[in-house]
Design a protein around this ligand. Structure first.
Ligand code: ATP
Ligand code: MG
Length: 420
C-alpha cells in the first residue's frame, strides 16, 4: 500500500529548506536585534485554552480545530495559532513579574482544518512576535517597523500595510448595536455563517467573503468612525508613529481580523501579487486576553505571518532566497587504505567546520569525480595507495583545472589556512 502525506500537509525537502532556513534565520536576527527572546510552547494544549483564547465565535474554534481526546480522557487541540499558548506560558511562568514589557518571538507549525487550496494548508508554519505588558501604541509601532525591516531585507518592502482600529470593550458594544440595526433587514439574504455571527459577533459580518454578504455590507458604518476617545487617541498616535518612520500605510476600515480577542489596533500586510493568497501577515492588539485567560490585566500586541505565504510571494517574484553550500574539498579515494586515510582528514576538517565530501558507496574513481563535479566541490584530492606510501597528493582546483602536487600530510593545514 502506498501511503501519502495527509491532506493539507507537505514535506519540505532539502532543496526547499534553503529558503526556509534563510527566512527563519533572518527573522530570528531581526527579532533579536530588537530585543525579542525566542519562545517555544507545546504543539498541543488543552482545548479550553483556544476556546477561551481564540474565541468561541471564531471560525477557527467553530470549524477549524484539530481536537482529540488523549488516552487519559483529556481534550487536547493542536495549536491553530501561536498567541494563546504564549499567553498561557506568560501567565504560568510568572512573566508578569519580570521587567515589562516582555518581548517574544516564535517559529511554529500550526494546524487548522481548512479547505485546502493554494496558500491554505492544514499544517502550516508561522513566524510571529508579541509584546506583553505595554499599553501604548509605541509597541504597535515597534512591531510594525520590525516587520517593515524584515520585509525590506527580504526584498518585499513594498507589501501593502493596512491598518484599522476595532475599538475596545467601551466602544464596541455601542457599535455592535449600530451594526445590528444596519444589518437588521439584510441578514435574511446573507450566508448561514453571517446569520450566526449576527448574534454572536456582528463585527465579523463586515469581512465575510461571500458575494451576497459583501453586497449587503456595501454601506456599513465602520467602527473606526465610532471609537471612544481612548481608542481614537491610540489610533492617532499609531499613525503618527508610523509616519515619523516613513512607513506607508492605508487605513482599511474593513479589516476586523479573525480572532475574537483583538482590540484597538489591527493590521495586515497584503501582497499585490495575484499569485499569493491575500494576506501574508496579520496582527493586532489583544488587551484583555491575558486577563481572560486568568492572568493579571496586562495588555498585549502581536503579529503572525505564514511562512508558506511569504515563500509564495518571493517565488512569484522570482526571488527565492537561500544560500548554496559547496564542499570545500572532495576526497576521491581508491581502495581501503586510502579511504581510511582520507576519512581521518575529512573528519578533522569537519570538526573545524569545513564542509568535506567523501564517497559512501564504494564507487569508481570516475563516478566519484562525477559526484565531485555535481556537488561543485572547490578542490578535489585523488588518493591511491601509491600517494599514501609516498606522502604525496595532487590537489585539483576545480574552477581552473589547475593541479598542484603537495605532501599528503599538508592537506589539512592548507585547507584550514585557505592556502592551497
Ligand atoms: P486568512 O484570512 O487567510 O484565513 P487568517 O486571518 O485566518 O488568514 P491568521 O489567523 O491571522 O490568519 O494567521 C496569520 C497568518 O498565518 C496569515 O496571515 C497567513 O499568512 C497564515 N495562515 C493562516 N491560515 C493559514 C493556512 N491555513 N495555511 C497557510 N497559511 C495560513
Ligand atoms: Mg483563516
Amino acid at each position: 500500500m502506498k501511503i501519502s502525506v495527509p491532506k493539507g500537509t507537505k514535506d519540505i525537502l532539502p532543496e526547499e529548506m534553503k529558503s526556509w532556513r534563510y527566512i527563519e534565520e533572518l527573522f530570528t536576527d531581526v527579532c533579536m536585534n530588537a530585543g525579542y527572546g525566542e519562545i517555544r510552547t507545546p504543539v498541543f494544549e488543552y482545548t479550553n485554552l483556544f476556546n477561551r483564547g481564540v474565541g468561541e465565535t471564531t471560525d477557527i474554534v467553530q470549524k477549524e480545530m484539530y481536537t482529540f481526546e488523549d488516552k487519559g480522557g483529556r481534550s487536547l487541540t493542536l495549536r491553530p495559532e501561536g498567541t494563546a499558548g504564549i499567553v498561557r506560558s506568560y501567565i504560568e511562568n510568572g512573566m508578569a513579574s519580570l521587567p515589562q514589557p516582555v518581548k517574544l518571538f516564535y517559529k511554529i507549525t500550526a494546524y487548522r482544518y481548512e479547505n485546502v487550496q493554494k496558500g491554505r494548508f492544514r499544517e502550516f508554519n508561522q513566524l510571529g512576535a508579541e509584546v506583553l505588558g505595554a499599553d501604548s501604541s509605541n509597541a504597535d509601532v515597534e512591531l510594525i517597523s520590525l516587520l517593515g525591516n524584515f520585509f525590506t531585507k527580504l526584498g518585499i518592502g513594498d507589501l501593502k500595510l493596512e491598518i484599522n482600529s476595532i475599538g475596545c470593550n467601551i466602544c464596541r458594544p455601542a457599535y455592535n448595536e449600530i451594526l445590528k440595526e444596519y444589518y437588521k433587514d439584510k441578514i435574511d439574504g446573507m450566508c448561514a455563517d453571517c446569520k450566526r455571527r449576527y448574534e454572536t459577533n456582528p463585527l465579523r459580518l463586515i469581512d465575510c467573503k461571500e458575494a451576497k454578504c459583501i453586497a449587503a455590507s456595501k454601506d456599513v458604518p465602520f467602527i473606526a468612525d465610532n471609537l471612544c476617545e481612548n481608542c481614537s487617541d491610540h489610533f492617532a498616535s499609531l499613525r503618527t508613529g508610523l509616519e515619523r518612520l516613513d512607513i506607508n500605510y492605508n487605513i482599511n476600515k474593513q479589516i476586523v481580523r479573525g480572532l475574537d480577542y483583538y482590540k484597538k489596533t489591527v493590521f495586515e500586510f497584503i501582497s499585490n501579487n495575484v499569485g499569493t493568497q491575500g494576506t501574508v501577515c496579520g496582527g493586532g492588539r489583544y488587551d484583555g486576553l491575558i486577563g481572560a485567560l486568568g492572568g493579571s490585566d496586562v495588555s498585549g500586541v502581536g503579529f503572525s505571518m505564514g511562512t508558506e505565504r511569504l515563500l509564495m510571494e518571493l517565488e512569484s517574484r522570482g526571488s527565492l532566497p537561500g544560500n548554496e553550500v559547496y564542499p570545500e574539498i572532495y576526497f576521491v579515494t581508491i581502495g581501503e587504505k586510502s579511504y581510511a586515510y582520507a576519512r581521518k582528514i575529512s573528519y578533522a576538517l569537519r570538526k573545524a567546520d569545513i564542509y568535506t565530501e567523501m564517497d559512501l558507496l564504494g564507487r569508481s574513481v570516475k563516478a566519484q569525480m562525477k559526484d565531485a563535479n555535481r556537488k561543485k566541490a572547490k578542490y578535489v584530492v585523488v588518493m591511491g595507495e601509491e600517494e599514501i606510501s609516498m606522502n604525496k597528493a595532487e590537489i585539483l582546483v576545480m574552477e581552473t583545472g589547475e593541479r598542484k602536487e603537495v605532501s599528503l600530510d599538508s592537506i589539512y593545514k592548507r585547507i584550514i589556512e585557505k592556502k592551497v
